[in-house]
Design a protein around this ligand. Structure first.
Ligand SMILES: *[C@@H]1O[C@H](CO)[C@@H](O)[C@H](O)[C@H]1NC(C)=O
Ligand SMILES: *[C@@H]1O[C@H](CO)[C@@H](O)[C@H](O)[C@H]1NC(C)=O
Ligand SMILES: *[C@@H]1O[C@H](CO)[C@@H](O)[C@H](O)[C@H]1NC(C)=O
Ligand SMILES: *[C@@H]1O[C@H](CO)[C@@H](O)[C@H](O)[C@H]1NC(C)=O
Length: 337
């Protein structure tokens, strides 16, 4: 039994020692640069003697440490004294606390954290861009920027390309009265043993970027093409209140020239078109373009019953057919398109 518990203790130590921190630590204490002493509590429900370790080693440097009951006070805190402190009773680890130091000024939060919302609804995404920081958490609202314990931190993220971390956050700003309300997003990021803490303040409208719209159909109206575009399904409703304007880019069939239009009526003789959207009231960023959508010529020569074709199309189609035959005869048996 001695051997078993010895093995268990050994396993516990080697697991904790080899584990690189990737999740935000449950317990940590941050010292400011000019602060020189700090008290670390031992999170134990039971009174009685405990011992402390730093990074799983017994404490050296008696000068810097003083134990008061279960608490450990650390003097002249600086780099060699930063790290993971744990309190033990015998072979049992009771709790552990990461002792961190605040980073120096000079990190620009706007470069570190970028936020986007696809609508005025209550959720938005923020992406942390600096991969030096392995542990990051974000919180929304004054509770978090003021460091209150009621702050609800979000430490769940998705890792995207280039090691960027994307967090899904939510706010409770009414979409109907967002004009005057700013959003505060506070980030805490650890590059062990340093902690960075910054708050980014912005209006919701500044981060709104709609998703791509949907090109539903296009219809010939006289010499024009009437394009019907639907807002993306993620856009806020009702659409009569949350307006969206669409821009269409199209390519002329004859010379390949491209033009753009904010009107849904565009020239008829085009080969393809695509669209994008923005909120016209706040001049939000444009969405991504949709994929190109090919526009078929209005003469559908392959129609079975030729009598359905308008007269100018019949001429056109005869010519086409002749061209195709000649090509076929000249080239391979593969008909192509
Ligand atoms: C130990 O720390 C706790 C929490 O910070 C505090 O309430 C308590 O008074 C401390 N005990 C001593 C003996 O300093
Ligand atoms: C956040 O990102 C996820 C994944 O890319 C996406 O599905 C979701 O729609 C985004 N939410 C917002 C509000 O932008
Ligand atoms: C925004 O604030 C200004 C001045 O504080 C006020 O006049 C205006 O009515 C407010 N707008 C909204 C939509 O609340
Ligand atoms: C274009 O189509 C929309 C419906 O998709 C219709 O409401 C509008 O009147 C049409 N415009 C013209 C000029 O025909």
């Amino acid at each position: 039994q001695m051997v078993l518990s010895w093995i268990a203790a050994f396993l516990l130590i080697s697991i904790t020692a080899s584990q690189e921190l990737t999740h935000f630590p449950e317990h940590f204490v941050v010292v400011r640069r000019n602060e020189n002493s700090v008290t670390l509590p031992c999170d134990s429900a039971i009174a009685g003697p405990v011992t402390w370790k730093m990074n799983d080693e017994d404490l050296d440097f008696d000068y810097f440490y003083e134990q008061k009951d279960q608490n450990l006070s650390v003097k002249e805190v600086d780099t060699p004294l930063l790290g993971e402190y744990s309190c033990w009773r015998g072979e049992t680890k009771l709790s552990s606390t990461l002792l961190l130091q605040e980073t120096e000024e000079g990190e620009d939060i706007d470069a570190l954290l970028t936020c986007h919302a696809v609508s005025y609804d209550c959720s938005f995404n923020c992406t942390w861009t600096d991969s030096r920081y392995k542990m990051v958490r974000l919180g929304v609202g004054p509770e978090c920027s003021e460091g209150q314990t009621s702050c609800q931190w979000v430490s769940k993220y998705r890792q995207t390309e280039n090691e960027k971390l994307t967090f899904e956050l939510s706010h409770n700003i009414s979409p109907y009265a967002e004009e005057n309300t700013t959003l505060e997003v506070t980030a805490e990021a650890i590059d062990n043993p340093f902690l960075l803490r910054r708050t980014k303040v912005f209006y919701l409208r500044e981060i709104v970027v709609p998703e791509s719209p949907e090109i539903v159909s296009s219809q010939v109206v006289g010499q024009k093409l009437n394009v019907t575009i639907k807002p993306p399904s993620s856009w806020s409703t009702p659409h009569s209140f949350f307006s969206l304007e669409h821009e269409i880019e199209y390519v002329y069939r004859d010379d390949g020239r491209a033009e753009r239009s904010l009107s849904s009526l565009i020239p008829k003789k085009i080969s393809k078109l695509r669209a994008r959207s923005r909120d016209p009231l706040v001049f939000s960023s444009w969405s991504q373009w949709t994929h190109w959508k090919n526009v078929r010529k209005s003469c559908r020569c392959k129609k079975k019953t030729k009598s359905e074709l308008p007269s100018q199309c019949l001429e056109h189609c005869k010519k086409k057919k002749g061209q195709r035959r000649r090509k076929k005869a000249k080239k391979s048996p593969n008909p192509g398109k």
